[in-house]
Design a protein around this ligand. Structure first.
Ligand code: GLA
Length: 389
C-alpha cells in the first residue's frame, strides 16, 4: 500500500467515511542560495519524493479534529478560537486556517489525518509542506479559486505570523511549485521563476542527516534576518536606492558598509551578496552540466554559511570536511536554516554506498551517533492524489 492509501485508510477508520480529498505535499532540498530568500535574492530549491500526505474533509460544524499518524497524537479545537498548541504540529495547520479567516474566506470545520516520510527537524521543510498542503486543500474543498502564488504567500504568512519564524518564501514555493526532474530558479523579489532541468548524469543527490535538531534555529534565524536589515539601513544612508541586500554589490559591502557597521553585520551582508553571485555562476554551470564548477560553489557556500553567516554547527562542518576528502563527491554544503539538519552532497552514483559507509563510520567515531543518509529524486509540487480535481 502506498503512503497515500495508508493515510486515506486511517482517515476512513477514524471518521467512518472516506476523505473528500487526499493531498500530497513534498519536502524540499536547496541546491544553492541559502538565507538569500528573505533578502530578496535568488534560490535554487526543488521538491523531493519525500512527502506529507493529508487526508481532509469538511465538517458541518466549526470544529477541528486533526490526527498526526506518525506522532500518534490528535488535536481538537474550534475554528473561531485558533491558539498555539504545545504539540507544535497543529500550529502549521491552524496558522494557515488563521490566514484564510483573516482574508474572510468562508471556510468551516475540518477532519484531517496527516502522515508522511519527511524526517522532521532535518531541514527538509516538513512544516512548509504541511502548510502548503493545508492551503491547497482548503482552496479545493471550499472552491476558493486562489492561484498557487496566493496559496504560497498564505502558507508563508502562517509561519511568519502564527508560528513566529520570519522565514522567507523558498520552502513554501518549492513545495507548491516543484516539478519532477527539475530545480526551481526563483527570484524572491519578483517571484519570477524558471525550471532548471537537473541532469546530474553519473551523479546523484545524497543528503546526510546530522540528526541534530535545529531547536535553536528559530531565534537565531530571526536574529540573522534582523542583522541583514541593519546592514541595509546602514547602506541606505549612502545608497538610498538599496532596498534590500539584493540591490547591494561587492564594492558597496567592501568599501562602504565595512566602515559603517560592526564586523558581524558586515560578515552577514558580505555572505548574502556573495551567495547570490555564487548562485548565478553555479546555475550557469549546471545548465552546461559542469558539475565540477557547481560543486566548488557548493563548498564555497558552506564556507560562507559557516564562517560569515555562522549558521552551521560542528556536525555539519565535519560532514562537509569528510565530503571534501571523497574523490567521488563533487560538492557539499549544509542546507536550509542551519544549526543542524542535513548536508546536501553531489555524489558519483557508482560510489554512493561506500561513501555513505565511510562518512558514517568517521562521524560516529567523532560524535558517537550515526548520521542518516537519504537519496532523493526531484518530484512534482503539492497536488491532489484523489478526491476533488
Ligand atoms: C529556512 C527558511 C527559508 C530559508 C532557509 C535558508 O528553511 O524557511 O525561508 O530562509 O531557511 O535559506
Amino acid at each position: 500500500m502506498s503512503q497515500h492509501q495508508i493515510i486515506a485508510k486511517k482517515f476512513s477508520s477514524i471518521f467512518k467515511v472516506a476523505p473528500q480529498l487526499v493531498v500530497a505535499c513534498p519536502g524540499r532540498i536547496n541546491l544553492i542560495g541559502e538565507h538569500t530568500d528573505y533578502n530578496n535574492g535568488f534560490v535554487l530549491p526543488a521538491a523531493i519524493d519525500k512527502m506529507i500526505t493529508i487526508a481532509i474533509s469538511r465538517r458541518k460544524d466549526n470544529l477541528l479534529h486533526f490526527v498526526a499518524v506518525d506522532f500518534d497524537q490528535q488535536f481538537k479545537g474550534k475554528l473561531d478560537k485558533l491558539d498555539r498548541s504545545p504539540q507544535l504540529w497543529p500550529d502549521y495547520i491552524n496558522g494557515v486556517l488563521e490566514q484564510f479567516r483573516k482574508k474572510n474566506f468562508a471556510i468551516g470545520g475540518l477532519n484531517i489525518v496527516i502522515g508522511g516520510d519527511i524526517p522532521a527537524g532535518a531541514g527538509l521543510s516538513s512544516s512548509a509542506a504541511l502548510e502548503c498542503g493545508i492551503a491547497f486543500g482548503l482552496n479545493e474543498l471550499f472552491e476558493l479559486s486562489l492561484d498557487k502564488f496566493e496559496l504560497v504567500k498564505m502558507a508563508q504568512a502562517a509561519e511568519n505570523e502564527f508560528v513566529g519564524v520570519r522565514c522567507g518564501i523558498m520552502d513554501q514555493f518549492a513545495s507548491m511549485f516543484g516539478k519532477e526532474g527539475h530545480a526551481i530558479l526563483l527570484d524572491c523579489r519578483s517571484l519570477k521563476y524558471e525550471y532548471v532541468p537537473l541532469d546530474l548524469h553519473q551523479h546523484e543527490i545524497l543528503l546526510m542527516d546530522t540528526r541534530v535538531k535545529h531547536s535553536l534555529a528559530a531565534g537565531e534565524y530571526n536574529v540573522r534576518r534582523k542583522q541583514c536589515e541593519q546592514g541595509v539601513t546602514a547602506l541606505r544612508k549612502v545608497y538610498p536606492q538599496v532596498e534590500s541586500l539584493r540591490d547591494a554589490n561587492r564594492a558597496m559591502i567592501e568599501y562602504t558598509l565595512k566602515d559603517l557597521v560592526p564586523e558581524t553585520i558586515y560578515n552577514r551582508c558580505k555572505y548574502v551578496v556573495e551567495e547570490n553571485l555564487r548562485l548565478q555562476v553555479g546555475c550557469e554551470a549546471l545548465r552546461r552540466n559542469d558539475i565540477v564548477t557547481f560543486g566548488k560553489k557548493m563548498y564555497a557556500s558552506h564556507m560562507g554559511l559557516s564562517k560569515l553567516y555562522e549558521v552551521s554547527c560542528p556536525e555539519l562542518d565535519y560532514l562537509v570536511d569528510l565530503a571534501r576528502e571523497e574523490y567521488s563527491i563533487a560538492g557539499a554544503r549544509m542546507m536550509g536554516g542551519g544549526f543542524g539538519g542535513c548536508t546536501i552532497n553531489i555524489v558519483k552514483k557508482s560510489s554512493i554506498n561506500e561513501v555513505i559507509e565511510r562518512m558514517s563510520i568517521a562521524f560516529k567515531a567523532r560524535f558517537g551517533i550515526e548520521p542518516l543518509a537519504y537519496k532523493c529524486n526531484l518530484s512534482n509540487g503539492t497536488h491532489s492524489v484523489s478526491g476533488k480535481k
